[in-house]
Design a protein around this ligand. Structure first.
Ligand SMILES: *Cc1c(COP(=O)(O)O)cnc(C)c1O
Length: 346
C-alpha cells in the first residue's frame, strides 16, 4: 500500500504543559510525590506520547485500569512501576502480572487469594473507604489473606474530592484507620482533586490523572494547570449557501441570506457529540465560526462569515479548554478527554 495522505484531524499535544502540570501537581503534593493515572490511553491523548514525557519529568508510579493497557506503558517504563487498577480479576490476569513483573492492585479477598495462588509477591492494596466501587471493605482488612500480602502501596479512592463534601473527611478518617491496621511500604489517597484538599490527604503518593491533561476539577488548579490537548479539524469543502438552504440532519438550520459555509471533518466518532453542536463554535485564529445545524455523523458545518480567507484543506481549532467546554456541553472533563476518537492519533 502507498503511504497514506495526511489526515484531516490532528491533535497537538503541548508536552511542556504536560510536564509542567505534573511538576505543579507534584509540588502541590508537598512531601508526597505524584504518580500518574494513564488509563484509557492516557485519557485519550495517547499513552505512547504521554508516558515518555511523564517519565522524563520524574513520574515513577503509573496506573492503568485494564491489563490490555499495560503493554503501551511497558514500552517506556519498567514493569514494577506499572500498576493495574482493576486487579487480578481472573487467574489469567494474575499469571500475566507475575510473568510480566507488573504490580497488580488487589481489590478484594478473592483477588488476594488469586494473587497468592499465582505465586504472590509485591502488590498494591486498594481499600474501600466509601466510594463502593473497587476495594477491600474495611470490615475485611484483618483477613489472613490480606495479612499474607506483600504490600507496597496501600491506597483508597475519594468519591467527591472535586466538591466540598463531608464524605472527604469521612474517607480520610477511614483511610487512616486502614493505615493503622495494614502494614505497607507507602500510602496513597488523593486523585487530582484530592491534591487540593491539603497536606492531610497527600500521604506518600498522589495519583493525578485529569489535571495532568489540563483538567481543572477544582478552582485551586485554575491558572496553574495548563491546557495540554489542542485538537484541530480540516475544512474538507467550502459551500456557498443560498437564502432558504437548510443544513445537516433534520435540516435544523436555514440560511436567511447567501452565506459561505465550511464542511469540517469532525463528528460523533471523534468525541464531537451533538451536545457540542448547539451554540458551539470552532476557531480560526481569533475568528469564531458558529456551528450550523446538528453534528451530522462525521461532519459539521460552520459559518465562515468571520473568516473569509478559509479555504478547503485549512485547519480549524476545536475549542478544548476543558472546564469551559464541559460547562457548555454538559459533558464532564473526563468524558471530553476520553472520547477523543482514534482518528486524532497519527
Ligand atoms: C482514575 C483514577 C485516578 C486519577 O483520578 P483523576 O480524578 O483523573 O485525577 C486515581 N486513582 C484511581 C484509583 C483512579 O481510578
Amino acid at each position: 500500500m502507498p503511504d497514506l495522505p495526511p489526515p484531516s484531524l490532528r491533535l497537538r499535544l503541548d508536552k511542556d504543559a504536560l510536564a509542567n502540570n505534573w511538576r505543579t501537581l507534584d509540588s502541590m503534593s508537598g512531601t508526597a510525590s505524584a504518580g500518574a493515572a494513564v488509563k484509557a490511553d492516557a485519557y485519550g491523548l495517547g499513552a505512547n506520547e504521554v508516558v515518555p514525557v511523564l517519565r522524563k519529568a520524574g513520574v515513577r508510579d503509573f496506573f492503568v485500569a485494564h491489563w490490555s493497557e499495560a503493554p503501551d506503558v511497558l514500552r517506556h517504563v519498567p514493569p514494577a512501576q506499572v500498576a493495574v487498577l482493576h486487579g487480578p480479576v481472573r487467574p489469567d490476569d494474575a499469571a500475566f502480572a507475575n510473568a510480566a513483573g507488573i504490580t497488580p492492585v488487589i481489590n478484594s479477598l478473592g483477588q488476594a487469594k488469586r494473587w497468592a495462588d499465582a505465586g504472590g509477591g509485591r502488590c498494591h492494596l486498594m481499600v474501600d473507604t466509601g466510594i463502593n466501587r473497587l476495594g477491600v471493605p474495611l470490615a475485611e482488612i484483618h483477613d489472613p489473606a490480606i495479612a499474607a500480602l506483600q504490600i507496597d502501596l496501600l491506597m483508597s479512592h475519594l468519591a467527591s474530592a472535586d466538591e466540598e463534601s463531608a464524605l472527604n473527611a469521612r474517607q480520610l478518617e477511614r483511610f487512616r484507620s486502614a493505615c493503622a491496621a495494614v502494614p505497607a511500604r507507602r500510602r496513597s489517597l488523593a486523585n487530582s482533586a484530592g491534591i487540593a484538599l491539603g497536606p492531610d490527604f497527600a500521604f506518600d503518593l498522589t495519583r493525578p490523572g485529569l489535571a495532568l491533561y489540563g483538567g481543572v476539577p477544582r478552582d485551586e488548579f485554575a491558572g496553574s494547570v495548563r491546557q495540554v490537548a489542542f485538537p484541530q479539524a480540516a475544512v474538507i469543502q467550502v459551500r456557498e449557501l443560498a437564502a432558504g438552504d437548510t443544513v445537516g440532519y433534520n435540516a435544523t438550520f436555514t440560511a436567511r441570506k447567501a452565506m459561505r459555509a465550511g464542511i469540517v471533518s469532525l463528528g460523533y466518532a471523534d468525541g464531537f457529540l451533538r451536545c457540542r453542536g448547539a451554540g458551539g463554535v470552532l476557531r480560526c485564529g481569533e475568528a469564531r465560526l458558529p456551528l450550523l445545524g446538528k453534528v451530522s455523523m462525521d461532519m459539521i458545518v460552520v459559518d465562515l462569515a468571520d473568516a473569509p480567507e478559509v479555504q478547503e484543506g485549512d485547519w480549524l481549532e476545536i475549542p478544548f479548554d476543558l472546564a469551559a467546554t464541559a460547562e457548555i456541553s454538559g459533558l464532564s472533563q473526563y468524558e471530553l478527554l476520553t472520547t477523543l476518537g482514534r482518528r486524532f492519533r497519527p
